[in-house]
Design a protein around this ligand. Sequence first.
Ligand code: FAD
Length: 468
Amino acid sequence: MSLLDDLRTAVGASQVLTDGDLSAYEIDWRRRYRGKALAVVRPANTAEVAAVVRACARHGVSLVPQGGNTGLVGASVPDDSGRQVLLSTQRMQRIREIDTANLTMTVEAGCVLQAVQEAAAAQGLLFPLSLAAEGSCTIGGNLATNAGGTQVLRYGNARELCLGLEVVTADGEIWDGLSGLRKDNTGYDLRDLYIGSEGTLGLITAATLRLYPRPAARMTALAALPSMDAAVGLLQRAQARLGASLTGFEVMNQFSLELVRRHFPQQPQPLPPSAWTVLMEASDHESEAHARALFESLLEQAYEDGLITDAAVAESLEQSRALWHLRESIPLAQAEEGLNIKHDISLPVSRIPAFVAFTDAALAAHLPGVRLVDFGHLGDGNLHYNVQAPTGVSGGEFLAAHEKTVNRIVYDAVTAHGGSISAEHGVGLLKREELAARKSPVALGLMRAIKRALDPQGLFNPGRLLAP
Ligand code: FAD
C-alpha cells in the first residue's frame, strides 16, 4: 500500500488533505517560512496518531507536528520538498478530566489555550499560562515550545505547569505518563525531555496540567521610570513587598510606546513619555482593597525615593485590560512601522541594565540612527530586544544589509552578559545555526544523543532545533 493509502486507513480519507488551499498549515504565522506538505493529516485521537506515526515510520517519511501554527521560529510548518507529512492536532480538543481536589486537569494536545483557561475558570480555578496567541495556540504547542508569557514570574513556564504527558513515540508506541503527581522520583524525567523539544522527539497527545486557586482580585498599574536601573530597583522592591502576589512585571522603552501612539492613536496612554514604563500586576487572595493598599504604598515609597517619576493604578477591570492591551499592542505597532530584526533573549535580571547600555551603544555606533524597540517580561529577565531601521530607510533593505551584523552584536552581548539567545520562543529553523555556534559542544553532543536514542530514524521534525 502507498503511504497515502496507509494514512487514509489510519484516520479516514476525509482527514488526509492533499488538494486545495493548505496555506494555513504550510505558511508560518510570521509568513517567513513557506513549505509544501505531502499531506496534512488530522487524527481524532491518540490511537490514530500512533497509527499515523507507524505508517510514516514504515515508509521512512518524516512528520511535522502542528498545533495552532502560532510558533515564531519556523518549526511548525513543513519544508518545501513536498515529502513531509504535516500532523495537525486540531481535532484533538477533548478535556478528559478536571480533578478539583488534586488541582489538575487532563486535556488533549489540540485544546486551545483559552479553552483550557475557561474550563479551569468554570470550576473556580486558574490555569495561569497566558500569552497574546492564547485564542489560537494549543497546549501541545505550548508544551513543545515550553511557552512563557505574562505570568511566568509567579507560576513558571509551561514546563512548571505540566505534571504529566501522554506521548506517541517514534516507534508509534504510546507512553502514558499522565500522572497528576507532584512528587515522583522514579528515574529519568521523560516528561521534561519532551517539553521544549519543538516536536523533534515525539508527538504530545495529552497533558495533565497544574491548576491554582483563583485570586480574589487583580490589580494593575503603570509606572514611569528614568532608567533601567530604576526598573530593576522597583522590581526588587515589588518582590519584597508583594511576594507571591506579584504576578506580572513588564517593561517598555519610550520608543515602544511611541510606536503604539503613532499607529494606534485611539489607545489612551495614561502617563507622559518617559525613558521606561513598567506595567505591574498583583493577584491578591484577600480582596481588591488589600491589593490596592499594598500597591499604592509601594508606588508612593518608590516615588519618594526617586525610583519612579509618575504612576497610574487601574480603577476597574476595564482600565486594567486597557493597560495590558497597550503592552500587547507593541508587536503590532512595530509590524505597522515596518520589517525589523527580533531578538527574544534572557539575561540574569541583575545584568539587564549593563546589557541594555552596552548593546544600545554598540548598535548606535555601528548603525547610526537605528531605532530600538525594547520591551518584555523584566520579572523573568526576558527582553524582546528588537531593532528597527532608521527613519526613512526601508525595513526590507535594512534587514538584507544588516541582519547578520545586528544579530552578531546582540547575541555576542547576550553571551558576554551570561544570557540565552532564546528565552521563550524556541530555536526551530530561525536560531538553529546560532545555537550550533553558541551552545557548548558537550551540551550539543548530549542533545544529539537524546535525539538519536528517541528518534533513530529522524522521523520527527528533522532539521529543526538541531541540524540534520
Ligand atoms: P505550533 O506553532 O503549531 O507549533 C510550535 C512547535 O511545537 C513546533 O515545533 C511544532 O512542531 C511543535 N508542536 C506543536 N504541537 C505539538 C504536539 N502536540 N506534540 C509535539 N510537538 C508539537 N510564546 C511565548 O512563549 N510567550 C509569549 O508571550 C508568546 N506570545 C506570542 C504572541 C503571538 C501573537 C504569537 C503569534 C506567538 C506568541 N508566542 C509566544 C509563540 C509561542 O511559541 C506560540 O504561541 C505557542 O506556544 C505555540 O503553540 P501552537 O499550538 O501554535 O504551536
